[in-house]
Design a protein around this ligand. Structure first.
Ligand SMILES: NC(=O)c1ccc[n+]([C@@H]2O[C@H](COP(=O)([O-])OP(=O)(O)OC[C@H]3O[C@@H](n4cnc5c(N)ncnc54)[C@H](OP(=O)(O)O)[C@@H]3O)[C@@H](O)[C@H]2O)c1
Length: 328
């Protein structure tokens, strides 16, 4: 597993990380704790040392399971969590932020958080800057080592690069969301800003196994938020309508057919993300050890060819960009 340095920290994180939303809630049937732990260990056995979670994933369940995993593992695992998504009226004052950090520490079983990310807080709150000032104070108090932001739009990401002391940005980045390449990655690289690529498989579409009409469970956001009914539609299928996404994933599969023989479409989609050197780590979500192992193996693959990259760019510009809904 290759490692990359996260922004201007000295943390060497695995270039394939682990997204732990799935082991919290919102992805259909609850993943039993034993299975979640096996999945995390499978990822770590394959060299993954970076896990992304949040206080709201399963109302703390994801953090608790990740904490248990880190204790069982007994080796250096970087855990990035998030705060600020619990309510519509999140208070970005010092006391609230310190309390949220303490609660995450308690669930994770640590004294200090490696990385805490603002969890897609409202743009005006982000731009006001008080959250960053208070995160700095919480850092000085010893509750967090580093802080960053998970954002929805490229403008928010650029704002953080230019006007905040954040060390990392978490953005939706995948073959269905290529605007990030031109509009953000260069600025992030030049400014040594860590980039954490989320939703890399477009919520599974880029795994290539869904067919038109697929029915998701009622507790799965791929059903209850398929068109953005509950939160930003970009977080579900990267904002592409499901039916279109199934067809587009098939076209992606055709373009990548000759690349890396033996690799799966999911691995090629992750490889596409990793081929952008400004990315620090890509964090596919997984529910099974097999998925975790398959995803981790994308690190060892050769880069995709220049021809594949340019064909995917053409596909994006010609057929995908106009279909992406939601804040971007
Ligand atoms: N606002 C935020 O900050 C925010 C928002 C979204 C996500 N995130 C973070 O980003 C992580 C990743 O994003 P995501 O989970 O939304 O989307 P994702 O990684 O694009 O998709 C994950 C889904 O893809 C499928 N999958 C995983 N590995 C596969 C493989 N090898 N082959 C085929 N299919 C595979 C699984 O679907 P099945 O479950 O159907 O098997 C899995 O649940 C999350 O876990 C979370 O940590 C953060």
């Amino acid at each position: 597993m290759n490692r990359r340095v996260l922004g201007n920290t000295n943390d060497e994180v695995s270039e394939v990380g682990f997204g732990a939303w799935q082991i919290g809630a919102d992805w259909g049937d609850e993943v039993p704790e034993g299975q979640a732990l096996e999945t995390l260990h499978a990822a770590a056995d394959a060299g993954v040392n970076f896990v992304d979670t949040a206080d709201v994933y399963g109302a703390g369940r994801s953090e608790e399971i990740v904490g248990k995993f880190v204790r069982e593992r007994g080796e250096r695992i970087y855990v990035a969590t998030k705060m600020g998504r619990g309510t519509d009226t999140w208070d970005d004052g010092y006391d609230e932020i310190a309390r949220a950090a303490e609660a995450s520490c308690a669930r994770l079983g640590v004294d200090r958080l490696d990385l805490v990310q603002l969890h897609c807080i409202p743009e005006e709150t982000l731009r006001a800057g008080r959250a960053f000032e208070n995160l700095e104070r919480v850092k000085e108090a010893g509750l967090v080592r580093h802080y960053g932001a998970s954002v929805e739009t490229i403008d928010e990401a650029l704002f953080c690069i230019r006007h905040s002391p954040a060390v990392s940005l978490q953005v939706i980045f995948n073959i269905f969301r290529q605007r990030v390449v031109d509009d953000l990655l260069q600025a992030a690289r030049v400014n040594h800003m860590g980039v954490i690529a989320r939703v890399p498989l477009a919520s599974g579409l880029l795994g290539g196994r869904f067919r038109p009409g697929h029915q998701f469970d009622g507790r799965d956001h791929r059903r209850f938020n398929a068109d953005g009914q509950v939160f930003n539609v970009g977080e579900t299928f990267a904002g592409v309508p499901f039916g279109d996404g199934v067809e587009l994933a098939a076209e992606v599969g055709e373009i990548l057919g000759g690349e890396s023989p033996g690799a799966t479409l999911a691995q090629k989609a992750l490889r596409w993300v990793l081929d952008h050197e400004a990315v620090s780590t890509v964090i596919p979500g997984a529910k099974t050890p097999a998925q975790a192992r398959e995803n981790a193996a994308a690190s060892a693959m050769a880069p995709l060819s220049a021809a594949a990259h340019s064909a995917l760019r053409e596909l994006y510009q010609g057929k995908i960009d106009a279909k992406v809904r939601g804040r971007y």
